[in-house]
Write a protein that binds this ligand. Structure first.
Ligand code: ZN
Ligand code: ZN
Length: 194
């Protein structure tokens, strides 16, 4: 524990020296497990946009679980794929800007079977703010317009496919950039579908 605290102290010193403002609290609720934990249980994230150091939304165990799943699902887009996606789309698919584009996975990696998520057909150009707002959301219109409903079902890990089959999901609307989507949110119990 002492070692961890010392390392954190050094990281913060370094960030301060680089001109970052430290914007972290002693405790934080993890967005995934919803537990309140000490700040040391979260990884730091530095934002060059506003020069602030914050804590990640997810605690370290939740974050690494997610990263591990991503890794097992075929990793990230290669630099060539990123370029191809951004050159194809030319602007953010949600708000239209041509600034700060990144390649986003339309169907998030962690819900896909191995090696299917990181293909160009599952990529779209988004600007950084739209990508941040989208996170791992499952947006029906976005999927329908690109990978298609059939392909989407083929991409899913069996446990997620089962949730769909069993009706364990609900729909809600999500507005990102200039578009409004129907978002699928998985639930523990079946939900009567309209
Ligand atoms: Zn957590
Ligand atoms: Zn955008």
């Amino acid at each position: 524990m002492k070692k961890k605290l010392e390392k954190r102290r050094q990281q913060l010193e370094k960030a301060k020296a680089e001109g970052f403002v430290i914007a972290i609290k002693d405790k934080k609720i993890c967005s995934d497990c919803k537990e309140e934990k000490d700040s040391i249980e979260f990884t730091l994230s530095k934002s060059k946009r506003d020069m602030k150091v914050r804590l990640n939304a997810k605690c370290k165990p939740c974050d690494s679980k997610r990263s591990l799943e991503r890794y097992h699902n075929g990793g990230r887009f290669s630099d060539e794929q990123k370029l191809e996606i951004i050159e194809r789309d030319k602007c953010c698919q949600y708000c239209g800007t041509t600034e700060n584009l990144v390649a986003d996975h339309i169907v998030a990696q962690h819900i896909c079977i191995k090696d299917v998520a990181s293909k160009v057909s599952n990529g779209q150009a988004l600007c950084v703010p739209c990508n941040t707002a989208k996170r791992d959301r499952i947006l029906i219109e976005s999927i329908r317009d690109s990978v298609g409903a059939k392909e989407f079902k083929r991409m899913l890990k069996p446990e997620y496919l089962m949730l769909l089959v069993e009706g364990k999901y609900k729909r809600r609307t999500a507005t990102i950039g200039k578009r409004t989507f129907n978002e699928i949110v998985f639930t523990e119990k079946p939900v009567e579908q309209p």
